[in-house]
Each structure stands twice: as structure tokens, then as C-alpha cells.
Design a protein around this ligand. Structure first.
Ligand SMILES: C[S@@+](CC[C@H](N)C(=O)[O-])C[C@H]1O[C@@H](n2cnc3c(N)ncnc32)[C@H](O)[C@@H]1O
Length: 299
């Protein structure tokens, strides 16, 4: 850590690592046609207490109550979680299946299961990067579910606020000379601008043709200039817990990416993702306006 870097408490961000996968696990109690995402592993890799809660919330009445409560807290959150996971699943499967990339790096992977769940992805080496506590706990969960960490997976502990991703990944066998699919799902908002830029410095060295999917929160929400009807959520996450620190202005994403040698192929709102993935299930849920999805390629 350089002397000018402020020390941030990253534990609250670490605690969010289970949340999306918890929701995906509860989603499994919808019928196959109604599910946005199919994930048999989500329940299995969770720590025991969460497994107990998931089984409880998989009962349809409690599941619907949980979805209602979540929507009251942050309208659009359920659809956002399911659709963004499904979108990234689809992009990474095509990229690996078509031989467009030769490795995958999931930055801030939390308890996401795609690298174990999607058979196509076992064809390439993958690195899952997160805070040490989450890496330890996920490793335990994966071993419990699959008996061992699959040979193609390396779990990498890091603190993005203090460490350089290139240095850490290099010590874990990632040479960075193959086209890579990078996933950075629901992480950028927990970082300072300095840490976001450090991550992009690392991404700027990726070989041309590498791909990146990442989500970000709108800057005007982070700065409290437009709350998009989410006053309670804003007070909780930004004012009280000080969990979310960084956002992008959608108009600036293109320039930001090109500063680091990337260009976007798709830049989508969650209403567009819902049209693609939620609508066909016949379920009607609001869409979250404050978070967006970017799919980019390295030039
Ligand atoms: C909301 S969760 C998203 C997890 C996963 N990407 C998903 O969408 O299921 C945010 C993740 O970012 C990780 N994260 C946040 N700040 C971090 C930091 N400073 N260093 C490493 N990981 C961090 C957290 O530990 C957590 O797992």
C-alpha cells in the first residue's frame, strides 16, 4: 500500500459476496420455465446457515414474501440479479465455446457458481479473485459440493483497494498472455476511483480480443443527485453503511474504456436485460435503473 492510500474497511463489501448467489438459490424454487437462471450449485456451495435459510425461503409463500421485501427495499433488485447473471453466463459461454478466449478471470467473484456450473467453461483455466475471507469460505463450499476444487480453477485472495491485480494474479500462475474473458460483476461500486483505475491499468495490458463484462452503478445515484425513487436504499447503502463509493456516468463509459484500450460492444440498461430474460418467463418485476451492464472488447 502506498502512503497516500487511505485505509478502507472492506469487510462490509465482503459480506455482500453471498447475496446474489443466495437469491439465485431461492430462484430455483420457481418452475423451470419461470426461472431466469438454472443453478443447482448455488445452494450446495453456501455456508450451512445460508443453506438453512435458502431451504426455508424456497417455500413459495416465503419466497414471494422475500421477493416483495427485497423489492420494497430496492425496486428492481430481483430482476437485476437474475438477468445480469444470465447475461454474463451467455456471453462467457459463447466466448469460450467459439474459442474467442483461452482463460477466464472473475474479479470479485463472491459465491458465483458459473465457473463450476457451466460445462463449457471447464475447457479453459479460470481464476476467481475475491477478499481472503470469501475465498476461504467459497473454497470450503466448493469442496463440500464437488469434493475438490476443479483442476482448472485457481482461487485467489486479494484486496483491490491495496493490492495490484497483475502482481497477485502472476503469483497464482496467470501470465496474462492469452486472450481472457474478464468478469467484474457488481464490484466497481465498492471501490474507490483509484482502485477502479488500478483495475483498468491491469485490464489495459490484456491481449487484443480479450473480453470484459462489468456492471456499474450510476454516478448521479452515488452522488445523491438522482435517487431514481430509491431513497431508502440510498440512505442505507450510501449514507449509513458507506458501502458504495464509485459510479460511472453512462455518457462517460465509452471514453473511460478507450483510455484503457477497450471499446464497448454492448452497453445496456437492466430494462433491456429484463426484456431479454425476464419477459419470456411471464413474471413481471420492476427493473433497476441505477445499475447498468457493459460488454467490451480489448482493441
Ligand atoms: C455484491 S458482491 C458480487 C459478487 C459476485 N460478483 C456476484 O455478482 O455474485 C461484491 C463482491 O466484490 C468483492 N469486493 C468488494 N470490494 C473488494 C475488494 N476491495 N477486494 C476484493 N474484493 C472485493 C466482495 O468481497 C464481494 O464478493
Amino acid at each position: 500500500m502506498t502512503q497516500t492510500q487511505e485505509k478502507f474497511d472492506t469487510k462490509p463489501a465482503a459480506q455482500t459476496g453471498v447475496v446474489p448467489t443466495f437469491m439465485v438459490a431461492v430462484e430455483q424454487s420457481f418452475s423451470s420455465e419461470q426461472r431466469v437462471i438454472h443453478d443447482d450449485l448455488a445452494l450446495k456451495i453456501m455456508p450451512s446457515l445460508y443453506q438453512w435459510l435458502i431451504k426455508l425461503f424456497q417455500k413459495p409463500a416465503l419466497r414471494d414474501w422475500l421477493i416483495n421485501i427485497s423489492e420494497k427495499q430496492a425496486a428492481g433488485i430481483w430482476s437485476a440479479m437474475m438477468c445480469r447473471k444470465r447475461y454474463i453466463d451467455d456471453k462467457v459461454v459463447v466466448a469460450v465455446s467459439d474459442g474467442q478466449v483461452a482463460s477466464i478471470v472473475n474479479l470479485g467473484a463472491g459465491f458465483d457458481t458459473r465457473l463450476y456450473r457451466l460445462p463449457a467453461l471447464s475447457a479453459v483455466p479460470v481464476w476467481e479473485v475475491d477478499q481472503p475471507g470469501n475465498i476461504k469460505s467459497k473454497g470450503k463450499g466448493v469442496k463440500k459440493a464437488l469434493e475438490a476444487i476443479p483442476a482448472h480453477v485457481t482461487l485467489v485472495p486479494i484486496n483491490f483497494m491495496e493490492q495490484d491485480v497483475s502482481d497477485v494474479l502472476r503469483t497464482q500462475g496467470y501470465a496474462g498472455d492469452n486472450k481472457t474473458f474478464f468478469i467484474w460483476e457488481a464490484v466497481s461500486q465498492y471501490l474507490t476511483e483509484a482502485a477502479v483505475r488500478r483495475t483498468f491499468e491491469f485490464l489495459s495490458k490484456a491481449p487484443a480480443g480479450s473480453q470484459l463484462t462489468f456492471t456499474y452503478v450510476r454516478k448521479d445515484f452515488i452522488e445523491g443527485k438522482n435517487l431514481y425513487g430509491l431513497e431508502k436504499f440510498y440512505t442505507e447503502v450510501i449514507i449509513k453503511n458507506k458501502q458504495w463509493l464509485f459510479g460511472f456516468d453512462p455518457e462517460e463509459v465509452d471514453n473511460f474504456l478507450s483510455e484503457y484500450g477497450w471499446r464497448f460492444m454492448e452497453h445496456l440498461g437492466y430494462d433491456e436485460l429484463a426484456e431479454r430474460y425476464m419477459k419470456p418467463t411471464g413474471r413481471e418485476l420492476p427493473s433497476m435503473m441505477i445499475e447498468r451492464m457493459v460488454y467490451a472488447t480489448k482493441m
